[in-house]
Design a protein around this ligand. Structure first.
Ligand code: SF4
Length: 699
């Protein structure tokens, strides 16, 4: 206020950082944002916020914003600023040229979980209807794609089962592979409120399964009943050992299972987990979790009345990410913890619109609403509406696009709102793939690392410059309202529409509400969603349709989306990433409260005062063995590459494990991460890398 003056207008909108989806009142003076005030009626945040949503919006007016489209025929040439028409017709002609020269499948696109539902829907439509293939993927590929696979297999749809309010009815809360205090701070506050005890009810009990002693394990008035500090990469073994205890000690809820699940599949799974090799004592050498603690935690979870599971990327970003999601679902079904308040399986989505991007059909095998492209009746709906044939064959995932590019078969990529060179694993391979393409179109706010390989740059718009909707981690669809004029002159959905028009598609949307009308027409779970209703209600949780006109806070209440819940045997398979004499430590990664992912936005705000560099956490015994002291520069090396980081000595990590955040480009965390990925979805195994740490003189 002191810098800009008093606001002269306000607008309600939704935070564009994490999957909590806090509502804010943007206070404006002319075209200048004065401040963001958390909105007391926000259903996800109830007037609360964290330091990202509240303070980290200065990137919208940062001098690094690119405001003019640019092209260059060769990546060695300097960029040339051009008009929107010239940039879009150049991009459209290049895509057409490449397809006529190399075939229909030589091009594709990547959407972002940071964009609105409407923008994401348009990107996949452009690729399916304009490019004529299914080569569309989203950055959820590298975070929650295993959630999509695992929950679809077991429950029938890829979504968290509860709303955030539900946590207030929980008696036992199990947090696995998530650090809500840093990653989902406003929801963490609600969870902590329940853990401290509310409404004269005794506090919920807490189980934390994480290699690192996250803040939640012990914070003011909260102490976890059990912290199981497992060896990175052994989630499935831990969950199977818990299931072993529940089944062999007669703690499974057989009444629920008989009524709601496939009994034969349960019996097969129960026989599998009951095997003696899955006893906590026999798995202790693998998991490094004390068997007695694991047994007691399993008993607590099974007998806790209302037990809920919350998980994050520490579950999904593993070679067994999908198996872990299914193991979690098995545990919830086996104990009858599905279909009412206080229980359930709750993926904590990292980015603001991971849920929405997945809902909108931005995977190469699925149309919006999670219908497989091979489903002829689903395809027919889209074909009738769009007037084009949809390819029944799934397209390429992001890593497959890059592999195909290296092999000379994939030549053009449209990437919106994701810096794949910085975010995706194995940086060398990503750059080789990008370098091999003939046309890379980057649509973003800043000249990011991927843009080093781009031929066309289309300036993007921030959430403050656009209308649309985001869907948060509890399936809550909320409006994003434009508070300032896009500084490039175009909202992102308009750019995609203009590119489609340049390719010859006759699109004529006048506002994102018309795109939502199309989404509702083609997507049964969104059938009752429209902008007027969203304005009236404030938000809606899908499914919203004739069966649930006011939305669905809790899913799978009377039956699972797939009918009977399905137990899937998920056997523990050790990762191929092995420690050994050269690389004896395991590196795992995470986030800090004040920054967001690779920091493209938060590093361009005043939040930099809180966290100026990433550091490497190391246990005192490992540091002593290497003669390292707090604050020393170290070389962090793996089979993929090496980087330098300062060390922080702490017993938050166990001996043999090191940990870093990845918010600053200098950290180059993905130079050291591996090529391993989830067996079902190719989600990268960011959370387990065998490394060595040694003294260094610095970068
Ligand atoms: Fe934004 Fe998430 Fe913070 Fe809420 S908790 S203000 S949605 S970053």
């Amino acid at each position: 206020v002191a810098e800009i003056g008093l606001p002269d207008r306000t607008e309600i909108t939704t935070c564009a950082y994490c999957g909590v989806g806090c509502t804010f009142r943007a206070e404006m003076r002319g075209e200048q944002l004065v401040r963001m005030v958390p909105w007391k009626d926000g259903k996800a945040n109830r007037g609360h916020s964290c330091v990202k949503g509240r303070f980290a919006w200065g990137y919208a007016n940062h001098k690094d914003r690119i405001t003019q489209p640019m092209i260059r025929r060769n990546i060695d040439e300097p960029w040339k600023e051009v008009s929107w028409d010239e940039a879009l017709s150049y991009a459209a002609n290049e895509i057409k040229r490449i397809q006529s020269e190399y075939g229909r499948n030589s091009v594709g696109g990547i959407t972002s979980s940071r964009c609105t539902n409407e923008e994401t829907f348009l990107i996949q439509k452009l690729i399916r209807a304009g490019f004529g293939n299914n080569n569309v993927d989203t950055c959820a590929r590298v975070c929650h794609s295993p959630t999509g696979y695992g929950l679809a297999k077991t429950f029938g749809t890829s979504a968290g089962t509860q709303d955030f309010d539900s946590v207030e009815q929980s008696d036992v809360i199990m947090v696995i592979g998530a650090n809500p205090t840093d990653g989902h701070p406003v929801f963490a506050s609600r969870m902590k409120r329940r853990l401290r005890g509310i409404d004269n009810r005794p506090p919920a009990k807490l189980i934390v399964i994480d290699p690192r002693r996250i803040d939640l394990v012990k914070s003011p008035h909260i102490e976890a009943e059990y912290h199981l500090p497992l060896q990175p990469g052994t989630n499935v073994a831990v969950l199977t050992a818990m299931a072993h205890v529940i089944v062999t000690e007669g703690l499974a809820d057989e009444e629920f299972i008989r009524e709601r699940c496939d009994w034969d599949e349960y019996m097969e799974w129960a026989a599998f987990v009951s095997d003696d090799r899955h006893a906590p004592e026999n798995l202790e050498p693998v998991t490094k979790v004390i068997a007695k603690d694991l047994r007691e935690a399993a008993r607590l979870f099974a007998t806790g009345n209302n037990s809920a599971i919350y998980y994050g990327l520490g579950v999904t970003e593993h070679s067994q990410g999908s198996s872990t999601v299914m193991a979690i679902a098995n545990l919830a079904m086996a104990t009858g913890n599905i279909g009412r308040e206080g229980v359930g399986v709750n993926p904590l989505r990292g980015q603001n619109n991971v849920q929405g991007a997945c809902d909108m059909g931005s995977f190469p095998h699925e149309l919006s609403g999670y219908r497989h492209v091979s489903d002829a009746s689903a395809r027919a709906l889209f074909e009738a509406d769009w007037g084009v044939a949809i390819d029944p064959e799934p397209g390429l995932r992001i890593p497959n696009m890059l592999d195909a590019a290296v092999d000379g078969e994939f030549k053009a990529l449209y990437v919106q709102g994701e810096d794949i060179l910085q975010s995706d694993p194995n940086t060398k391979h990503v750059s080789a793939g990008l370098a091999a393409m003939e046309c890379v179109i980057v649509h973003d706010l800043f000249l990011n690392e991927t843009a080093n390989y781009a031929h066309v740059f289309l300036p993007g718009s921030t959430f403050l410059e656009k209308d649309g909707t985001f869907t948060n981690a509890e399936r809550r669809i909320q409006l994003v309202n434009k508070v300032m004029t896009p500084i490039s002159g175009m909202e992102d959905w308009e750019v995609t529409q203009a590119l489609a028009n340049a390719m010859g598609l006759e699109w004529d949307y006048r506002h994102p509400s018309e795109i939502m009308d199309e989404i509702a027409r083609l997507t049964p779970t969104f059938a009752g969603v429209n902008f007027d209703k969203l304005r009236e209600e404030g938000s809606l949780q899908w499914p919203v349709n004739d069966g649930a006109p006011d939305g669905s806070p809790v899913m799978h209440v009377d039956s699972f989306v797939r009918g009977k819940g399905r137990f899937v045997v998920a056997d523990y398979v050790p990762t191929d990433e092995k420690t050994g004499p050269r690389f004896p430590l395991l590196l795992t990664t995470g986030r800090i409260l004040s920054h967001y992912n690779v920091g493209a936005q938060t590093r361009r705000t005043k939040n930099t005062v809180w966290h100026k560099e990433d550091v490497l956490e190391m246990h005192p015994s490992d540091a002593e063995n290497r003669g390292l002291h707090d604050g020393d520069w170290t070389k962090l090396s793996s089979r993929s590459g090496e980087t330098t980081l300062k060390i922080q000595i702490t017993d938050r990590v166990a001996p043999g494990v090191v940990y870093t955040t990845f918010h600053h480009p200098a950290t180059q965390a993905n130079v050291v991460t591996t090529e391993h990925s989830d067996w079902a979805t190719n989600c990268p195994e960011y959370k387990v890398t065998a490394v060595q740490v040694s003294a260094s003189n610095g970068p």
